[in-house]
Design a protein around this ligand. Structure first.
Ligand code: SAH
Ligand code: DHB
Ligand code: MG
Length: 229
């Protein structure tokens, strides 16, 4: 059978995967809804992507995870599941409403004791962690303002050890990464930020990286994944 409208169907396949693999965690999906009801944008990772983040934390054996961009705490919750009871997630967010919704959601999901939300511009929060001599993180998920991806990558390196895994969200953006950034008007700096982040991953002697395109509930997008050498 010839398949048309791959994008619509890939969203249906995500629904199927959620069912057949039993991916949804009721407390986390309730938090997603609570965030939407509070007016937060619907840009959190999909359920399957959230489970992917949990698995990455588990596979790397991460006990310390750093996240840049909390929103309503949906990806944060999956990462918090991944680090286990004795692990810790530090997540950076500069919108007070987002941080407070995230704190409520984490509380209701029973995960708040493993998560610390740093309120403020993420660059400053990462600089503070470096200045305070924070122990290295084993997994770092970068998912905030894409224009600052290179800054976040450079700061993330300083908070890493050999073997730390870096994951960047939204590196494809429906193919926008191919375009001249100037075509994207207000998002020009973000498109450029994604492109510069990818070139940084190529050029940095301290990482080995790839990127994977994804389709599904969030349309056509992708993750970059790197290992700190
Ligand atoms: N990781 C979340 C989605 C994050 S959306 C999930 O998948 O569930 C991006 C978030 O980054 C938004 O909440 C936005 O307010 C925050 N953000 C954007 N720029 C920021 C900055 N400079 N410092 C800190 N947070 C920022
Ligand atoms: C946007 C941001 C995200 O982190 C995401 O996963 C999807 C969309 C955005 O800013 O539009
Ligand atoms: Mg994202």
């Amino acid at each position: 059978m010839i398949r048309h409208s791959a994008e619509r169907e890939s969203a249906e396949v995500d629904t199927y995967l959620n069912e057949v693999l039993g991916l949804e965690i009721p407390e986390l999906e309730a938090g997603r809804e609570h965030a939407h009801d509070a007016g937060l944008p619907r840009i959190e990772v999909s359920t399957a992507q959230g489970k992917f983040l949990q698995l990455m934390a588990e596979i790397t054996g991460a006990r310390r995870v750093l996240e840049v961009g909390t929103l309503g705490g949906y990806s944060t919750s999956w990462l918090a599941r991944g680090v286990g009871e004795r692990g810790q997630v530090i997540s950076c967010e500069f919108e007070p409403l987002h941080a407070s919704v995230a704190r409520e959601n984490l509380q209701r999901a029973g995960l708040s004791e493993r998560v610390e939300i740093k309120l403020g511009a993420a660059k400053g929060s990462l600089e503070n962690l470096i200045a305070a001599g924070a122990k290295p993180f084993e997994l770092i998920f970068i998912d905030a303002d894409k224009r600052n991806n290179v800054s976040y990558l450079e700061l993330a390196l300083e908070l890493s050890r050999a073997g730390t895994v870096l994951i960047l969200d939204n590196v494809i953006r429906g193919g926008a990464v191919l375009d001249d950034a100037a075509e994207h008007g207000a998002n020009e700096a973000d498109v450029r930020g994604v492109q510069e982040g990818l070139r940084w991953l190529r050029d940095s002697p301290r990482v080995s990286a790839t990127a994977l395109q994804t389709v599904g509930a969030k349309g056509w997008d992708g993750f970059a994944i790197a290992r700190v050498l």
